[in-house]
Design a protein around this ligand. Structure first.
Ligand code: KIV
Ligand code: NA
Length: 276
C-alpha cells in the first residue's frame, strides 16, 4: 500500500473522492486506524481531554504532544500523520512556531502539522510551509480560543462571522496550507468554503459537502463518556465493554475463579518433593 502524502490529498479533492481522517494518540489505536485504511491520523490536542483528563486543550504542552506523536508513528505505516500544534506553541513568535512545528517532523516522525486560526496566523503558516513542513489549517470552532469565542457553539451563522471565515480560508490557502479543518460550521457555509478554495476541507460538524471528514476516535468508539457533541456518530460502546470486563475480572479474582488451570504453570513432582 502506498503512503499517503499531500499529493494524495490534493488528488482526492480533484477527483471528488472523500478523504478520511481520525484522531489517535498511541500505538494500538494508530495501528487500528492505519490498518483500516484511514488516510490521515490526527494526533489532536484533544489528547488533553480524552487521554490526559484535562478539561480543555489549553494546558497541553509540546512535550506531551511529541511523546504521543512518537507512539502513533510506531503504529502507522501508510496513513499521513498530522500533529496538532498546542496552545502557545505558535502564537508567541514565528521563530518559535517554526521550531515547534519542526520538532514534530524531526523528533516525532509526523508528516504535517495543524494549527488553529485564519488571517491572523497566515504569516506563521507561510513561515512553517517555507521550512518544508506541510500545514493543515483549522477554522470555525477553534477550542484553543474558547475563552474568546465564549463557549462551544456553531460558528458562522451570522453574515459577519461567515464572511470572515470565507476570507480566512482564502488567506490560509494563500499562505500555503494543503488542507483546512472546518469545525462546527453550518452545512451551507462549509459547502461554500469547499467550493471557493483549491485545498481540501475536512469537516467535523460541518456537513457532508466537505472534501473529507474527521472525528475524535474516543468519541466514535464510546470511550469518552464525559461529553458527546451532536456531530458525533458513536459506532461502538467500548467504555461499557471495558467496564464490564474489569468488573468481571474483579469478581472472578475475589471468588477464586481466576486464575483457572489453563492460566497456570506446573512443575514435576520430583522437584517439588525436594522442596518440602
Ligand atoms: O484536537 C483535535 O482532535 C482536533 C479535531 C477535533 C479536528 O483538532
Ligand atoms: Na485540536
Amino acid at each position: 500500500q502506498e503512503k499517503i502524502t499531500t499529493a494524495t490529498i490534493k488528488q482526492k479533492k480533484a477527483e471528488g473522492r472523500p478523504i478520511t481522517m481520525l484522531t489517535a494518540y498511541d500505538f494500538p489505536m494508530a495501528k487500528i486506524v492505519d490498518e483500516a485504511g484511514i488516510d490521515m491520523i490526527l494526533v489532536g490536542d484533544s489528547l488533553g481531554n480524552v487521554v490526559l483528563g484535562y478539561d480543555s486543550t489549553i494546558p497541553v504542552t509540546m512535550d506531551e504532544m511529541v511523546h504521543h506523536v512518537k507512539a502513533v508513528r510506531r503504529g502507522a505505516s501508510r496513513a499521513m500523520i498530522v500533529a496538532d500544534m498546542p496552545f502557545l506553541s505558535y502564537q508567541a513568535s514565528e521563530k518559535e512556531a517554526v521550531r515547534n512545528a519542526g520538532r514534530f517532523l524531526k523528533e516525532a516522525g509526523a508528516q504535517a502539522v495543524k494549527l488553529e486560526g485564519g488571517a491572523e496566523v497566515a504569516g506563521v503558516v507561510r513561515k512553517i510551509v517555507n521550512a518544508g513542513i506541510p500545514v493543515v489549517g483549522h477554522l470555525g470552532l477553534t477550542p484553543q480560543s474558547i475563552h474568546q469565542l465564549g463557549g462551544f457553539k456553531v460558528q458562522g451563522k451570522d453574515v459577519q462571522v461567515a464572511k470572515k471565515m470565507i476570507a480566512d480560508a482564502k488567506a490560509l490557502e494563500e499562505a500555503g496550507v494543503f488542507s483546512i479543518v472546518l469545525e462546527c460550521v453550518p452545512t451551507p457555509l462549509a459547502k461554500l468554503i469547499t467550493e471557493s478554495i483549491g485545498v481540501a476541507t475536512i469537516g467535523i460538524g460541518a456537513g457532508p459537502h466537505c472534501d473529507g471528514q474527521v472525528l475524535v476516535i474516543h468519541d466514535i468508539l464510546g470511550l469518552y463518556p464525559r461529553f458527546t457533541p451532536k456531530f458525533v456518530k458513536q459506532y461502538a460502546d467500548l467504555h461499557d465493554q471495558m467496564a464490564t470486563a474489569v468488573k468481571q475480572y474483579k469478581e472472578e479474582v475475589e471468588a477464586r475463579d481466576f486464575p483457572a488451570p489453563e492460566h497456570c504453570f506446573g512443575m514435576s513432582e520430583e522437584v517439588l518433593e525436594k522442596l518440602y
